[in-house]
Design a protein. Structure first.
Lengths: 310, 459
């Protein structure tokens, strides 16, 4: 239930939008701030504030990952397990935290200190593997560092995250997500550092450390792929066909080898003259571009579909 | 030789660039001043001429999109910033907002002037707490000093900005789903037409643009169309932030002109692949774009060339993986992502992606069957082009492309029940059953209905 003061703030949120219902997502964050989860009372209160039914609010509440139907622990620990984190050890991190805390995904420790979840891409892939506590990100943690981090948070000695401030608890953060700024006395403006530091538990990735020279990109081929490639080359030689024509006939989707010379191997130093990927003066695509320039968006009867990322 | 550029990231080295003072000291809001002296139609023309294309994934020309907005409806025009960055591997908007929030606000004010829009919303991904705080502070300062609000900088132009935290749903990056979420509904995509330009937020004309798209606008206005077009290619002009992640030495955001070869970005900015690791497969624009192989590493990173190579530029989230990494594991990881994020509105995506994940899990667990690859192919074909929005199409991209280039790895798993030699395990894919994945019988034909679905059993 919202306190009288929060109720007033809730009405303030509703007033920010031209149509009241737009305030629903922020209000649900506010309920989580007040109750630590989406309580039935909170859902009812949102419904009343926005003149909706409880079913309508419930439908929205169950759609979004950040709304929890069970009481959250004091801190929410999210481990990104999407693939760029996974290749740097995120699955080990998650497994270790799950073992240390003794809980699984979306479960809360018996003492109510932590809720653990594995999260989808947290948008911090340059700092993989990433663990966020109350949505504040700690970068480049291995399993040991993650365990130490949780230990320090539990003992009230949390280190600063890579950017932001010491996690104030997930309920305080929900106050911000409702659009109401910080809870007085919780979580200051904080620090913003560029890179995770060793002192924060940042660890080098496997096979990488001081004194090791990086290698440059070298193409590799799987045996089957190489066979396909040889087959294509042989076809070109046998039929005396122009590789461009072959590629054209096969369509752009079928472009398996980016070269006009069947024996050309990709090598260090960029593409060479005549490669279809080279933007030279004799690039056939330049002509296509000139042809298409006028007609692409103007010719059809209905407007082209303005589409954004999904 | 292509050189890196320093446009969107020009203030990233300035420690206080996120404050109004730091932004002004480095020449900020000059473009807004000049835009306030320019007629809206001229601003629109400038953006059209610049050739700026949407940076959210689809690459639609921004000026053309703005041109669809009718100005005579009697309704307000809304500007909505899509900051719901969720595509796996993408983190460019996060850093743009953290380090230079005023650049976005200035771009928004100029765009609003061009569109005659009185009101904008920044639809921010809920997990982006720190970028949100930076934006909150920037918005407050901008209001205080008259860069937002009534009569901006003394001109007859009012413009209000509201920051709106979302609540964690990848689908809200799709612009019509975003509008539904912003209206306080489940974030499910809408049928088009009508397009948002005609009937978007509250059925009013609406422009939805990505953060990076709008961040380009002040630079176009300040330094001109010719300068802007000096970067990139004829059809894909301008600078671009490339988010490189995976098994490279220095993952991160790097700004290069569009059309820069992928190899140049990975070698020069990221220091190449990690020692002892060779590039095997990579996604040029997030997990929704078809995978490419090491052979494609010289592809110029612009919309046309990447499409010609058989993929999509997407969000330019380049995820680079080595010969020690299992492509099947990567594909299953992403398929689980789409399974979790499918909004459930249309059947092909809701059911199809779920089954794809089951079959992939079976293959990876060593129980693959000979017909599984055909099943994967068929299910993908039944999703692609039949789903309500692009999420379903995107879900099939890694599967179809990996079957094309790395079929051997699938067949090896099916035949031998284990990974080929030299593949490093990443301790499996997280399938904690209290959450998104509930292990059922391995055989899909006898599996019970999906938890929570109304279907009792598959057969």
């Amino acid at each position: 239930m919202l306190s009288a003061e929060l109720r007033q703030r809730a009405e303030e949120i509703v007033g920010r939008y031209p149509v009241a219902r737009s305030a629903l997502l922020p209000l649900l964050h506010l309920v989580q701030h007040a109750d630590g989860y989406l309580s039935d009372d909170g859902v009812a209160e949102c419904a009343e504030l926005l003149d909706l039914t409880m079913a309508e609010v419930g439908a929205v509440a169950t759609f979004y990952t950040m709304y929890k139907r069970e009481p959250l622990g004091e801190h929410l620990v999210s481990v990104c397990t999407n693939f760029s984190c996974a290749v740097r050890g995120a699955n080990e991190v998650y497994a270790r935290l799950s073992e240390t805390l003794g809980v699984g995904h979306n479960q809360t420790t018996a003492d109510g200190a932590f809720t653990l979840e594995h999260a989808e891409c947290l948008g911090n892939c340059e700092g993989a593997p990433v663990v966020s506590v109350d949505y504040l990100n700690y970068e480049c943690l291995d399993a040991d560092a993650a365990e130490r981090l949780v230990g320090r948070v539990a003992s009230g000695d949390a280190p600063a995250p890579t950017r932001g401030f010491v996690p104030p608890g997930v309920r305080a953060v929900q106050h911000r997500l409702a659009g109401l700024g910080p809870v007085p006395g919780s979580g200051g403006p904080g620090v913003a550092s560029d890179q995770a530091r060793a002192a924060d538990g940042a660890v080098p990735v496997r096979d990488f450390g001081p004194g090791v020279e990086p290698v440059t990109v070298e193409p590799t081929f799987l045996p089957g792929h190489a066979a396909e490639r040889e087959e294509a080359k042989a076809a070109v030689r046998d039929q005396g066909q122009d590789p461009d024509a072959v590629e054209e006939a096969a369509g752009p989707q079928a472009r398996e080898f980016p070269t006009t010379d069947p024996d050309w191997e990709p090598s260090r130093g960029g593409s060479r003259d005549g490669s279809p990927h080279d933007h030279g003066d004799d690039d056939p695509r330049q002509e296509d571009q000139a042809d298409d320039a006028g007609g692409e968006h103007g010719g059809s009867g209905r407007p082209p579909e303005p589409e954004e990322e999904v | 030789m292509v050189e890196p550029v320093n446009v969107l990231t020009q203030r990233w080295d300035i420690p206080d660039a996120h404050t109004l003072e730091g932004y002004l000291d480095s020449g900020g809001y000059a473009a807004l001043r000049s835009a306030l002296d320019t007629a809206p139609a001229d601003l629109l023309q400038m953006v059209k001429d610049s050739g700026l294309r949407g940076r959210g994934g689809a690459g639609f020309p921004t000026g053309v999109k703005w041109g669809f907005v009718p100005q005579d409806t009697g309704k307000p025009v809304y500007l909505v910033i899509n900051a719901d960055e969720g595509e796996p591997g993408t983190f460019k908007d996060r850093e743009l907002m953290e380090r230079d929030p005023h650049q976005l606000l200035e771009g928004m004010a100029i765009s609003a002037r061009a569109l005659s829009s009185p009101r904008a919303f920044i639809f921010l991904r809920g997990e982006y707490l720190w970028p949100g705080i930076r934006l909150e502070e920037a918005i407050a300062e901008a209001y205080q000093q008259g860069y937002l609000g009534k009569g901006i900088l003394g001109a007859e132009f009012d413009f209000d900005v509201t920051l709106h935290y979302a609540a964690g749903a990848y689908i809200c990056g799709e612009e019509t789903a975003l509008l539904d979420a912003l209206e306080g509904r489940r974030g499910q995509p809408r049928l088009r037409p009508p397009f948002p330009a005609v009937a978007g937020l509250y059925a009013c004309p609406t422009v939805v643009n990505n953060v990076e798209t709008i961040a380009n606008v002040p630079h176009i206005v300040e330094r001109g169309v010719d300068w802007y077009r000096s970067m990139g290619t004829e059809k894909s002009p301008g600078p671009k932030l490339f988010c490189v992640s995976g098994e490279v030495v220095r993952p991160g955001n790097y700004e290069w002109p569009l059309g820069t070869p992928a190899r140049t970005i990975v070698d020069e900015s990221c220091g190449g692949m990690l020692p002892g690791r060779q590039l095997k497969f990579w996604a040029p624009g997030g997990s929704s774009t078809p995978l490419l192989t090491a052979e494609h590493i010289d592809v110029p990173m612009d919309y046309e060339a990447v499409a010609e190579a058989g993929s999509l530029l997407g969000t330019t989230a380049m995820m680079m993986y080595s010969h020690k990494t299992s492509v099947v594991e990567a594909v299953l990881n992403w398929t689980r992502f789409y399974e979790h994020e499918s909004c459930g509105k249309c059947t092909p995506c809701r059911e199809g992606v779920f089954w794809l994940a089951q079959v992939l899990q079976r293959i990876l667990d060593g129980g693959g069957r000979d017909e599984d690859l055909q099943t994967l192919d068929d299910v993908c074909d039944n999703i692609f082009g039949r789903a309500f929005c692009a999420l379903g199409d995107g879900a099939t991209s890694p599967i179809k492309s990996s079957l094309k280039y790395f079929r051997d790895e699938y067949t090896h798993l099916i035949e031998h029940g284990r990974q080929p030699d030299g593949i490093e395990a990443h301790a499996g894919v997280v399938t904690d059953n209290s959450g998104r994945h509930r292990p059922g019988p391995a055989d899909p034909t006898t599996a019970p209905g999906r938890p929570g679905s109304t279907k009792a059993a598959a057969t």
